[in-house]
Write a protein that binds this ligand. Structure first.
Ligand code: X8Z
Ligand code: ZN
Length: 611
């Protein structure tokens, strides 16, 4: 007996107990009943996975077609399939809740909990309301995708074209016109969004959640309020770095535009940061670059000099993943993806990655601009595709990332390895700038990544309050700008009354895509990058490390990706980083030399930081 493992002895103990119970008939009946209940639960899980995986292919196809050809008809088809899929998912989520109290194995319980909590737009059980919600959702997506602004001279520009002006123009009047013009597309969204929130809140209640906020925050292997606290903790770690960056950028913009346009002590007007939403600021790097530490190259220009077109940019990004040991993308990826904005029809240009059949039919859809920014976005999208392919052997319910922040972090992690030495290796750059130019490189990176963090956080801070009723429809826009100011220190360049619906001008609001994932991804990618650089044996500063070509790092990354959502995310995190905690220290370490430099600049210029 002593040779038995503890697990086996426990088993024989249970067997003994149940044998003892045979003397009592009622116990036998209840044992049998319990057994049949657990069998039923397992059958339910199996049936759900089959049903959902079949439906998933149908919905993926309908949505792919809709967002590649936005018309009345494709909207109707997408809404019809959406309606069917939501009805099924809501039914299964409701049933799943009934089984979660059973003494089931860990895997089954995890599947039931995921089934219960993973809807992002739950419809009420009432079929009429479900149909209404499906139509609203499709309409909001279409309004964004079709959105254009027409100038007085008759030119009508789409979102990528307007974004290019926001990135390049030096003329504040033009920037303001484009900024304001794009936001016109969102005005008609307001009543639709309001109704969408009402219906989805009702759906969330039907599933046993207080509201949609609680449901969205229930998807992180911890209690919803614990998750909110976790975000506050992470943001608290980063905020001092953000404040230094904000202070520096505001000072430089004040020098450039004068007190009338950018004050020395208030929030920064949102149209001057090189981006339609002031979410990442890398496009104004040249305006705020350090004179003596500029690396002297620009990836957008390097791409042009080396005749990179859209396809070549994607091939180059694929090459990075191949160098880590990932298999090449399938032929169907190249045949079916959309890389170039079609001139003759409306498409959703916002970049996305797709997995049509939950196996190998992976694609991206993106109106690629030949810029450094989109070179990074391509890596971001491919990160999704490689993740999807890595977990394709998982059961359907686990075909997802450890949490949604992981999905968003993979491609960005790879893009952190686009260093000068990598650019030299692939023939884009002739000479690697020496260490004296690191501040310029770090500043560019901080403008993209650190500036993003409060934006990544505030969108769902707004939405969660909208869902819980703390922000009423009459306060949508005011509350939006209050949070923009609170988190980002950014303000609207002109008065924005409630006739506007500025949140709707950001894709993820009409698209109903949760946004906290990007905040998490911005923390996680620095943790992953550091850990993979350690695995690759890189001994230099982490901002100069590239894992290009390192198979060991690739294998470790793949080991995490393959897990999909089968285990709680801290375990997946541990596989790559050795730690179960999300931790912004990796961000602070990466930018440590920049933080010192920024604080020196700010104090030498006698700047009053904060807003
Ligand atoms: O939406 C995206 C990706 C698609 S998942 C292009 N991102 C966020 C955004 O553009 O607002 C990537 C970073 C943040
Ligand atoms: Zn993404």
């Amino acid at each position: 007996m002593t040779r038995l493992s503890p697990k086996l002895s426990k088993l024989s103990f249970l067997v003994a107990l149940s044998i003892g119970a045979t003397a009592c008939n009622s116990a036998q009946t209840s044992d049998a009943a319990a057994q049949s209940k657990t069998d039923e639960a397992k059958q339910f899980i199996q049936g759900s996975e089959k049903q959902l995986s079949e439906l998933s292919i149908e919905i993926n196809r309908a949505e792919w077609i809709y967002s590649n050809f936005i018309t009345q008809d494709t909207a109707a088809l997408s809404a019809a399939v959406g309606e069917k899929q939501t009805a099924t998912a809501v039914k299964l989520a409701t049933m799943a809740a009934n089984y979660t109290q059973l003494p089931l194995d860990e895997v089954s319980l995890r599947k039931l909990n995921i089934l219960r909590s993973s809807l992002v737009l739950p419809a009420p059980l009432d079929p009429k309301k479900n149909a209404e919600l499906a139509n609203i959702s499709a309409e909001l997506n279409g309004l964004y995708g079709k959105g254009k602004y027409c100038f007085d001279d008759g030119r009508c520009l789409t979102q990528p074209e307007l974004s290019a002006i926001m990135a390049e123009s030096q003329n504040p009047a033009e920037l303001l016109e484009v900024w304001k013009g794009w936001r016109e597309i969102a005005k008609p969204m307001r009543p639709l969004f309001k109704r969408e929130v009402e219906l989805a809140n009702e759906g969330a209640k039907d599933l046993g959640y207080a509201n949609l906020s609680e449901l969205w925050r229930s998807q992180y292997d911890m209690k919803p309020d614990e998750f909110s606290n976790e975000l506050d903790r992470l943001w608290g770690q980063v905020k001092p770095l953000y404040d230094s960056l904000h202070c520096y950028v505001r000072g430089e913009l004040n020098d450039e535009y004068g007190d009338d346009v950018v004050s020395k002590d208030g929030p920064i007007p949102a149209h001057l940061l090189g981006n339609m939403w002031a979410q990442s600021w890398g496009n104004i790097y040249a305006k705020v670059a350090p004179q003596d530490a500029d690396p002297g190259y620009d990836v957008t220009e390097l791409l042009a000099q080396h005749n990179y077109d859209e396809l070549k940019m994607v091939k180059q990004a694929e090459g990075f993943f191949s160098s880590l040991g990932f298999a090449e993308l399938p032929d169907t990826f190249w045949e079916r993806s959309l890389f170039v904005q079609p001139k003759d029809r409306d498409v959703v240009c916002h970049a996305s990655a797709w997995d049509l059949d939950d196996l190998d039919d992976i694609r991206i859809k993106m109106c690629i601009q030949k810029t450094a920014e989109d070179f990074t976005v391509i890596h971001h999208e491919l990160g999704h595709n490689y993740y999807q392919r890595a977990y394709k052997e998982q059961p359907f319910i686990f075909k997802n990332s450890a949490n949604d922040g992981f999905h968003e972090a993979i491609g960005d992690t790879i893009a952190l390895s686009i260093t000068p030495s990598y650019l030299k290796q692939i023939g884009l750059l002739d000479e690697v700038p020496d260490a004296s130019k690191d501040i310029g490189l770090l500043l560019k990176q901080a403008l993209d990544k650190v500036a993003f963090m409060p934006f990544g956080l505030m969108i769902d801070q707004w939405r969660w309050k909208v869902f819980s009723g703390e922000i009423t429809p009459e306060q949508y826009n005011q509350a939006w700008w209050d949070l923009r100011e609170q988190y980002q220190g950014v303000k609207a360049p002109i008065a924005r009354g409630e006739e506007n619906f500025d949140p709707g001008a950001k894709y993820h609001v009409p698209g109903n895509v949760p946004y906290t994932r990007y905040f998490l991804a911005h923390i996680l990618q620095f943790q992953f990058h550091k850990a993979l650089c350690d695995i690759a044996g890189d001994k230099g500063p982490v901002h100069r490390c590239s894992i290009y070509g390192n198979r060991e790092a690739g294998a470790k990354l793949n080991a995490m990706l393959e897990m999909g959502q089968s285990r709680p995310w801290p375990e997946a995190l541990e596989v790559v980083t050795g730690s179960q905690e999300m931790d912004a220290r990796a961000v602070l370490d990466y930018f440590a030399p920049l933080q010192v430099w920024l604080d020196k600049q700010n104090s030498e210029a006698n700047r009053q930081c904060g807003w």
